[in-house]
Design a protein around this ligand. Structure first.
Ligand SMILES: CC(C)(COP(=O)(O)OP(=O)(O)OC[C@H]1O[C@@H](n2cnc3c(N)ncnc32)[C@H](O)[C@@H]1OP(=O)(O)O)[C@@H](O)C(=O)NCCC(=O)NCCS
Length: 207
């Protein structure tokens, strides 16, 4: 299989239109999993360069819509066509998001995932760590888990680890409540003092 990933904003017009229709369709098909977004949300993500699509031998198989904050790249929607799952398409989309995050010197890749979805196994398989949970905003609220993965790694192991926010972290019965600063407090990295840093790593962290 030949995989290729391209941001919708950079596509040829015919390919762009086909991909946007594919993206609009995702929440019609699997809104229970990825939530519902109006077309304008995809259009804005497209214009901002925050929507990319994966092709396998030229066939559209998946999309990711992401956002950024000071510390993190956040996956808002990841979707692989039903007949193209479990053959590493999801992984390819995540790896691409990781590269974007690294290029922009972000330290975490993070996302919220409804706890009743099989996708939680996907995030766990890819090495994401469960951080906390909160109630979703749907009429019948579901618990949503926060999954994160550090983006900067040293050869010895993780360079950064996510701070343990004992006062913020939801227990199995108590949801996490966001502070006004949002995710930023959860994403604040601390140096793991047991791992020696290279000069390059020091420079990256000083930014
Ligand atoms: C979640 C989703 C993007 C995964 O895409 P995918 O292409 O099927 O996943 P991959 O083939 O890349 O799987 C990567 C790893 O996750 C595991 N995995 C993926 N889906 C899984 C599932 N439903 N149950 C158990 N493990 C799963 C794979 O076995 C693989 O593990 P391995 O490397 O140990 O073999 C896809 O199932 C999807 O689009 N689901 C509907 C939308 C959705 O739920 N989005 C996420 C909302 S948070």
């Amino acid at each position: 299989m030949t995989l290729s990933i391209e941001h919708t904003r950079d596509m040829q017009p015919w390919m762009h239109d086909e991909t946007m229709l594919f993206a609009y369709d995702a929440c019609r098909i699997d809104g229970e999993c990825i939530g519902w977004l109006p077309r304008v949300a995809y259009d804005q993500a497209d214009q901002a360069g925050r929507l990319f699509a994966l092709r396998n031998n030229g066939d559209l198989v998946g999309i990711m819509l992401f956002g950024l904050n000071a510390h993190s790249i956040k996956c808002y929607q990841i979707w692989v066509r039903r007949d193209a799952r479990l053959i590493e398409h999801g992984q390819a989309l995540v790896e691409h998001a990781e590269k974007i995050g690294q290029k922009l010197h972000k330290q975490l890749l993070s996302l919220w995932c409804a706890e009743d979805l099989p996708a939680n196994h996907f995030w766990k398989s890819l090495g994401f760590r469960w951080q906390t949970w909160r109630w979703g905003s749907a009429k019948q609220p579901r618990r949503h888990a926060l999954w994160t993965r550090p983006l900067l790694r040293s050869r010895e192991g993780p360079l950064l680890h996510v701070a343990e926010h004992t006062t913020q972290r939801g227990s199995p019965t108590t949801p996490w409540a966001p502070k006004p600063s949002g995710l930023a407090n959860l994403a604040t990295p601390r140096l793991n003092s047991t791992i020696p840093l290279t000069q390059t790593e020091r420079v990256l962290l000083a930014r």
